[in-house]
Design a protein. Sequence first.
Length: 373
Amino acid sequence: MVDTNSIQPNTVTVLIGPNSSGKSRLLRKLCASCLQSGDSVLAIAPTIFDRFREMPVSGLKFYGARQGRPAAANVFRSALSRAVDKPKIVKNLTQALKYTKFEPVVGIRLLDVSIDNYMAGSDYLDPNMRESLKSMLFKWQNQYGSDGVVKVSLDSYSFEELDAISFAEMSRYENHLKKTKAVSKIEYYLYRGRDQIPLLEACSGEICFITTIAFIATRIERRSVIAIDEPETSLHPTWQKDYVETLLDLFHHHEPRILISTHSPIIISGAEAARGNISVYEMDDEIPTPFKHMHLSLEEMYDRLFGLITPKNHYLSQRAVSMINALDAGDRTLAQIIAELEEFRRKSYDESQKLVITRLEAIARQLESIKKG
């Protein structure tokens, strides 16, 4: 039974199954129930075809692909703007960058800085804010010119780095700076080796992973529900394997309740190594059934969940040996063996594999013939 009562702090509930099995609809239903109970719910959807569209907006904190790439920049800016006040956000950003093989460094660039424009158009601001921004603009122009880049090292706490990270606060006031034409734009950069990469030119999987961590870090409350629909979208298999463990490592102190809807057996396989209480449910016709995933290979999961036999399948090889041994020992009949091999043939899409199955059938028939003398 999967309901709000079964979703406890520091637990991970995974719903897995093929399309139209009902996993995303159940995810949405669980989120709606949690919202009705007054819980904090963070909904994340890396795919544009998510099920959160029909959810009530009140109380829901949503980040998803349908918001477009500008939303990724907004999430990143929000995390960076709070970095000075919230060290844990800095730590989470650092871990996300390192995990995606970037340096723990962020570049910030103010384009077309104009203090004259700012002074002429900022009368509407609170006097203290107006003076604070003016001071930062003067400091920026003196140190970096009209369009220089400041590199902020997130895992260094030297005086120079603390001074540099103070400029991250300017991202908090980006709308004001644009409105007064003090800057035309603020750009953000990531670093890999000697390469400086504009944030939105990183690959989709990298942006998705980094900004998902940033979104959670800036929105999470104690015992928040974190609901993620198809997190495997655009993610490298290695990142899928470590996905659950990474979430728990970064946010376990908040005691989150994590709900995941997925097609990926890799996410389930990786979850076995994670700390915390992991429950996996196979979805079929809207009904969740506990899925005994422990110690199953990926190939076995693909077969059991999706009826798919992959090429060069070690699981098929093991099953073949087991079937032939069972036939030889008299534990199974030839008809049973042929029926199971035909089922494997139906699930397979690789012609060379189908040929192997045909040969296995021939071996089974030959063995049966030898037994009969």
